[in-house]
Write a new protein. Structure first.
Ligand SMILES: Nc1ncnc2c1ncn2[C@@H]1O[C@H](COP(=O)(O)OP(=O)(O)OP(=O)(O)O)[C@@H](O)[C@H]1O
Length: 237
């Protein structure tokens, strides 16, 4: 579905956000990107989404409509305060004719009954639910998630992770999830890519062989977590 070949992002002045990234995503695959701060994860997502076009290398997608290939979601919901929830979902994507679909998606993300509420009246979790619905409205073939739950409390985070699982199951959306949360990556993803360094590079990857839904805190996931910590140099011998 997505092939990234020798992609680098060099900023003005010569500083690199990340260098020589090779990556491929199969249709329906959920891939996580873990890495220490500053290794270029957000820059990579901006490049993939088309928000940043100043990159070197090649990005190929098999999406039917390249203009609607990517749905993007950020750490913060980025809702417009003067629009209510359904308007944010519809106008945020420029799809004025999709009000009915927006209402369906609000049901999917658990916002039924809150369609006419304004962002100031939503909790952080509800606002991120609206952002999920907005990112799905264009029916993206590839979903790019940039630390989508890192600003939420632990319980809301787990609820929204489970919501994502339902969405993966229902829509089979190919997904790239940038996160700092190792447990989140291992709970949700088929494969976890580990980036390191400045400029960042892909150092290794770990395949999660367990079927979804997985049990949180499962001993197999705990073992994989140790492997990830080792890759990131966070284990003490
Ligand atoms: N517009 C820019 N101009 C120059 N350097 C930039 C620019 N944007 C990002 N960088 C640099 O590129 C590197 C990667 O930044 P990026 O935000 O992608 O890292 P990250 O892995 O997402 O970090 P974090 O986990 O802290 O969000 C950093 O060193 C950052 O300072």
């Amino acid at each position: 579905m997505l092939a990234v070949e020798k992609v680098s992002r060099i900023f003005q002045g010569g500083k690199a956000g990340f260098k020589n990234v090779n990556l491929s995503l199969e249709k329906g695959e959920v891939v996580g990107v873990l890495g220490t701060s500053g290794c270029g994860k957000s820059t990579l997502l901006r490049v993939l989404s088309g928000l940043d076009e100043n990159f070197e290398g090649e990005i190929k997608t098999e999406a039917n409509d390249p203009n609607q290939a990517f749905g993007m979601m950020f750490q913060e919901p980025r809702l417009m305060p003067w629009l209510n929830v359904w308007e944010n979902i519809v106008f945020g994507t420029g799809k004025k004719d999709k009000k009915q679909e927006a209402f369906e998606l609000m049901k999917t993300v658990g916002l039924e009954g809150f369609e006419n509420h304004y962002p100031k009246d939503l909790s952080g979790g509800m606002a991120q639910r609206a952002a999920i619905a907005r990112s799905l409205l264009i029916r993206p073939e590839i979903l790019l998630l940039d630390e989508p739950f890192s600003a939420l409390d632990a319980f809301t985070k787990m609820q929204l992770q489970d919501l994502l699982l339902d969405i993966f199951e229902k829509h089979q959306t190919t997904t790239l999830l940038v996160t700092h949360d190792i447990d989140e990556a291992l709970y949700l993803c088929d494969r976890v890519i580990i980036m390191r360094g400045q400029p960042g590079r892909i150092e290794s990857q770990i395949t999660v062989e367990a079927k979804r839904p997985r049990k949180r805190g499962d001993s197999y996931l705990a073992e994989l977590k140790q492997d990830v910590l080792k890759e990131l140099d966070f284990t003490k011998e």
